[in-house]
Structure formats: structure tokens, C-alpha cells
Design a protein around this ligand. Structure first.
Ligand code: PLP
Length: 335
């Protein structure tokens, strides 16, 4: 079985499990888990922010960021493909009480001019826009990496109009490796940045939210309110530390395999996107039927629309797995 559904399907390696088993722990709600404190310090430093908070998931990092930067009744601007608008169960509306304003832009990337165009003034009739969220890499956009000038233009424009800024960096390390530009630089214009350990970095659980000391203190309170305060969670933080120390540079291998997969699919006549990172999208006539035919032959992927498949490379897919996936697509192309 080659599982290309998501980079979240990876299982912790023996070395990562050992690091987790050996972790020194304490009660993190009391602020006494040394491994969590170490992970938070490492994360804040790498993101170039004052503080960080270990959280259960990327969705929780986004929800905490939205809660920190807004009040109920506010509006949050983001790309129409962004994760909180599409895949977070309406959490921003349910728990932060905000409305999301989805904006258009090619390949999951907004143009800074979309921000002033979306603002509607201070009239009592309108929900005031308070926050811009940017997703890098953009998942539905194709795993695309924002050029640094675009990130700078988005954050400068947002701040000039009085908005706070949050970077949903669920796959921020893919963007760092693909662009060769460090996280501190990519996140510089953002008030908060979240990233995930449980995607390309291969840890079983966890994400982090980084920002100013005040922002993270408030996020910690909201995390507690949501029931997200965890106790001897250093066991999980140790997996995340292992991932940060061992699995960042190797993301380049996932990107190379995605490029090989996409090129092979195009040679077979499939309409595959040109990947910037580890996500490949393929347009087919009937995505559910194709999904079933692939699964029956041992290749799993996702349908992201009635005619679109997503294939994701990750730590648990090697060169042979890519070969097997291509051979399976080739067998289906001949039918
Ligand atoms: C861009 C982006 N943001 C946030 C998330 C949410 O992460 P989690 O599944 O850990 O809640 C995902 C998950 O795939 C994602 O792709």
C-alpha cells in the first residue's frame, strides 16, 4: 500500500519513539513540563517571536490566533482556499464569534491590493475587519510558496490598515526548504505564526503558535478555556523536538519525489500540477471512481473535488512508493 492521502499519515520512527519514551515530563498546565518548555523556546526562537504555545493541532493554533486578534462580531480576511474557511468545522464562527471574508487570488496566494478593496469602512452596518490570515504553503492552492515580497506586501498593507496578521504555517517548513528563506524571515511581518509537527515533519501530534509574550499569554488562557490544557505532554513535545531537529532538511526529498511523481503523471497523459513542494493535484474525469480504482490496486489518495485528486509525498513514501504509484496510474491509463 502506498498512502499518498496526506503528510499527516506518517508514523513515528523507532528513534522518535525512543525520544518520546525518554522525555522528562511535568504538569504543563502548571508550566512545569521541561520538555514542553524546551519545545516552546525552540519554536519561538526559530520563528523569531518572543513566545510560543504547544497546542493539539493546526486547527487549534488557527483558532487561538483568531481569538487573540479579534472580538466577537469582527471580520477576518483570508484566501477563499484557506483552511479555517474550508476545513475547520466553522470553528472561527462557533468559538471566536467572527465572520470570515473569503478573498480570491491565484494558486492560494492573495495580492496585497485585495486588502484595501475588501475593507468597508467604519460604518455601524459592517463587521469591522481586524485580522488577515495567510496560509503558506497554501494547501488547496497547490502547496504553493508565497514569494517573500508578497508576504511583505501583505503584512505591510494589512498593518497600514490597522489589521493584525496571522501566518497559518501548517507547512511553513516546506516553504522554508523550498524557498531557502528561514522561518524567522518568512514570519517577520506576522503578529502570530503557527506551524505543525504532525505533517511533513512526521511527529504524531502537535502544532505550535508563536507570537508576542502578551499574545501567547492570551492564547494560553483560550487554550485552557477550550479544554486544551494538557498535563505530562512532554511525551508529545519530545516527538516534536525530534521532528524539528531531524526532519526539516529532508523535506527536500519529499519535494523531489513530488516533482518526479508529477512529471511521470504528465508523461502518462494525466493533467498533474507542477508542484512547488509536496502536494500534487491531478485533474481527472471522475475523481471518486479513480480513487476507488487506485485504492483497489494499493494506492491511496484524496479527492479534493469531483474531478480533482490530491497526492502528497511524505516521510513514509520512498522512491519505490513513487514508482508503484506511477505504475498503477499507468495501468489505469491503458484501460
Ligand atoms: C494549511 C493548513 N492549516 C491548518 C491545518 C489544520 O491542521 P490539523 O489537522 O492539525 O488541525 C491543516 C491540515 O491539513 C492545513 O493544511
Amino acid at each position: 500500500m502506498v498512502d499518498l492521502r496526506s503528510d499527516t499519515v506518517t508514523r513515528p520512527s523507532a528513534a522518535m519513539r525512543r525520544a518520546m519514551a525518554d522525555a522528562e515530563v511535568g504538569d504543563d498546565v502548571f508550566g512545569e513540563d521541561p520538555t514542553v518548555l524546551r519545545l516552546e523556546a525552540m519554536s519561538a526562537e526559530r520563528a523569531g517571536k518572543e513566545a510560543a504555545l504547544f497546542v493539539a493541532s493546526g486547527s487549534m493554533a488557527n483558532l487561538l490566533a483568531i481569538s487573540v486578534h479579534t472580538r466577537p462580531g469582527d471580520e477576518v480576511l483570508m484566501h477563499q482556499d484557506a483552511h479555517p474557511f474550508n476545513y475547520e468545522s466553522g470553528g472561527a464562527a462557533a468559538y471566536a464569534g467572527v465572520q470570515i471574508r473569503p478573498l480570491a487570488g491565484a494558486a492560494g496566494i492573495l495580492d496585497a491590493s485585495a486588502i484595501p478593496d475588501a475593507l468597508r469602512g467604519a460604518d455601524d452596518h459592517v463587521a469591522p475587519a481586524r485580522l488577515l490570515c495567510v496560509e503558506d504553503t497554501s494547501n488547496r492552492g497547490g502547496g504553493t510558496v508565497h514569494p517573500i515580497e508578497v508576504l511583505d506586501a501583505l503584512t505591510t498593507t494589512a498593518h497600514a490598515h490597522g489589521l493584525s496578521t496571522h501566518l497559518d504555517g501548517a507547512r511553513a517548513w516546506n516553504a522554508v526548504v523550498a524557498s531557502g528563506i528561514g522561518l524567522e524571515r518568512r514570519a517577520r511581518g506576522f503578529d502570530t505564526v503557527g506551524f505543525c509537527f504532525s505533517k511533513g515533519l512526521g511527529a504524531p501530534v502537535g502544532s505550535v503558535l508563536c507570537g508576542s509574550r502578551d499574545a501567547i499569554a492570551l492564547a494560553r488562557r483560550v487554550r485552557k478555556r477550550l479544554g486544551g490544557g494538557m498535563r505530562q505532554v512532554g511525551i508529545l513535545a519530545a516527538g516534536a523536538i525530534f521532528a524539528l531537529e531531524h526532519h526539516v532538511e529532508r523535506l527536500a526529498q519529499d519535494h523531489a519525489r513530488a516533482a518526479r511523481l508529477a512529471a511521470g503523471l504528465r508523461e502518462l497523459g494525466f493533467a498533474a500540477t507542477e508542484p512547488s513542494t509536496n502536494l500534487v493535484f491531478v485533474d481527472v474525469d471522475d475523481a471518486p471512481a479513480m480513487l476507488d480504482a487506485l485504492a483497489a490496486r494499493g494506492v491511496r489518495c484524496f479527492a479534493t473535488g469531483p474531478r480533482r485528486l490530491r497526492l502528497v509525498t511524505h516521510l513514509d513514501v520512498d522512491d519505490d512508493g513513487i514508482g508503484q504509484a506511477l505504475a498503477t496510474f499507468a495501468a489505469l491509463a491503458e484501460k
